[in-house]
Design a protein around this ligand. Sequence first.
Ligand SMILES: [Fe+2]
Ligand SMILES: [Fe+2]
Length: 174
Amino acid sequence: MKKDSFYRKLSTSELIDFIIKKYHQSLRLNNPKILKDLDYLTNKYKHKEQKIALIYELYMKFDNLIIKHIDKEEKIFFKAIKNLEKTIEVCKNIDPESVNECRNFIEQQEKEHMNIDELLMSIEKLTLNLKAINDPRFYEFLHKTNSIIYETKEHAKIEDFYLNEKIEFYLNLI
Ligand SMILES: [Fe+2]
Ligand SMILES: [Fe+2]
């Protein structure tokens, strides 16, 4: 598989940078736009399609969860992993405390991915069953939301599988 060898060829730091540039930036850029669309659509069409207000509520929850999650990754987890990679390159002298910390963090991240995925599935189900609204903003909203749903599934898969595989390799060296 092409993607498979691409993710495996990257170093840990390169994969982290790729995730931030492609997936984290897209969330930071598109979520505010989707929320604006939802605000507009809810105010204008909630009497015609009540599911839109429910999607707005769920999307606010999703935004809140995922932005906190990626902030934590960038500020704490990814930084720690990059340090681990550097330390191993230099001397392999890793403090066992940081290994435990790292394993706990991976576990926590996987749980958060599952919660985010559940929320996203509810949003997806509702958007698939929406009555069409004759307004270009509606189609823009659908297009952007579908992209974010697809990207977020891919994003979590890369972290849970390819990134954790690289980290496990380091942890097993210690
Ligand atoms: Fe992430
Ligand atoms: Fe994540």
